[in-house]
Design a protein around this ligand. Structure first.
Ligand code: ATP
Ligand code: MG
Length: 394
């Protein structure tokens, strides 16, 4: 069983690359499901199959049974599973003095809809019906962050839920009569419990690095790469494995003089991609002469991505986290995989949140997490293919 998650900035080609990857694994005989939570139905467009809906179904236009598609309605999932809590929070915030409109907005937890979308992925993973699940739900930073806190969820399950009866019995009538504060119902507790269980289970599935990996999609544009670098850092720190990055829409050689300048700039940006993500493999796809719609174009895209290096799209293409960070009050240690470097002469430069490491003729650019904004690099050592940088936060 493999779970492949595609993420990246808006419009870079996540859905298209996910669709092309799913098509290829299905062609290899693997029972593949491709799911999206995008309300814009981009999977339906990519496969030219308007019948794709909220439940998994074979993709009709391919006429074969091994590729299934699902266009999840994450909003509806959120309403079903979280409606009670949202209503309760809205009432509580309204009681606390927020206006009704603000209360409704505050009661929405960013990234939560995708967590509920992912709950379906969990059910599919456990069903045993699929060999590969391709997820095009572009989990946002917020979603990944929520998923990275199973300890908080565990705390609720162990400490709060067992006391539900007492909390409701004790706090209910007293608080209600004194302050008229809204008190949560059993249904609110039930929703909270379901969410906590989901977070724990999804976190376990996503951190199972033999099974689940992230593929980070980007275009060869500076800002897009910058955002991908930031995402990459957080994925590493949350313990989610990125096993490939995809640079989509690279101008091909035959693009002509008008775009020659662009091509040159893109080449420089590809160098930045290498320096930021190595040793994670970089898959590339050209800017095609038309949109990537329908099986034939998806096949061309898959050829470009996996053909040159004859990669197996379902394989784990890289198998370890490339960065690890440990932050104490005044000191931080960052460990970075540099498997090909040997010389211990390391040069460091930190500009804002970007750390540039020059070692043995290699340059690596690492986007540091916000927590290290006030820290300065003080020392670096290289041992057994691993670079360790120490930071001082005083
Ligand atoms: N390599 C390519 N060459 C030409 N067109 C492409 C290429 N990759 C994607 N496209 C086209 O770009 C458009 C956007 O792609 P897609 O919907 O996959 O992006 P996305 O990252 O999923 O966007 P969103 O963030 O809105 O979900 C589509 O019309 C797609 O056909
Ligand atoms: Mg999309």
């Amino acid at each position: 069983m493999r779970i492949l998650l595609f993420t990246g900035k808006g419009g870079v080609g996540k859905s298209t690359v996910a669709a092309a990857t799913a098509l290829r694994t299905a062609e290899a005989g693997l029972r593949t499901l491709v799911c999206s939570t995008d309300p814009a139905h981009s999977l339906a467009d990519a496969f030219d199959d308007a019948s794709l809906g909220d439940e998994p179904a074979p993709i009709a236009t391919l006429g074969r049974g091994t590729l299934f598609g699902q266009q999840l309605d994450a909003r509806a999932r959120l309403e079903e599973s979280w409606g009670e809590v949202r209503e309760y929070l809205t009432a509580l915030l309204d009681w606390a003095g927020a206006g009704v409109v603000e209360a409704e907005e505050l009661a929405v937890i960013p990234g939560l809809d995708e967590v509920f979308g992912l709950a379906d992925i969990r059910a599919h993973a456990e069903s045993g019906e699929y060999d590969v699940i391709v997820v095009d739900c572009a989990p946002t930073g917020e979603t990944l962050r929520l998923l990275s806190f199973p300890d908080v969820a565990r705390w609720w399950i162990e400490k709060v839920f067992p006391l539900e009866r007492q909390i409701l019995a004790a706090a209910g009538p007293v608080v209600r009569s004194l302050l008229d504060i809204p008190v949560p119902t059993h249904a609110v507790f039930a929703d909270m419990r379901r969410l906590s269980e989901n977070l724990i289970a999804m976190n376990e599935i996503l951190r199972d690095r033999e099974r689940s990996t992230v593929r980070l999609v980007m275009n060869p544009d500076k800002m897009v790469i910058g955002e991908a670098m930031r995402t990459f850092t957080y994925l590493n720190l949350y313990g989610y494995l990125t096993d490939a990055v995809v640079v989509n829409r690279i101008f091909p050689d035959e693009v002509g003089d008008y775009f020659a300048g662009w091509r040159k700039v893109q080449e420089e940006h590809l160098e930045l991609v290498r320096s930021a993500f190595a040793p994670v493999p970089v898959l590339r796809a050209p800017f095609f002469d038309q949109e990537v719609l329908g099986a034939e174009m998806l096949d061309r895209l898959a050829d470009a991505l996996f053909g040159p290096a004859e990669l197996d799209p379902a394989a784990v293409l890289y198998d370890s986290l490339t960065q690890e960070l440990q932050v104490d009050e005044h000191e931080a240690r960052l460990r970075v995989a540099l498997p090909f470097a040997s010389k211990a002469d390391v040069k460091l430069k930190k500009i804002g949140l970007e750390l540039v490491v020059a070692v043995d003729g290699q340059k690596r650019t690492i986007m540091l997490p916000d927590a290290l904004a006030g820290f300065r690099p003080t020392a670096a050592t290289l041992e057994a293919g691993e670079l360790e940088v120490t930071f001082d936060g005083r």
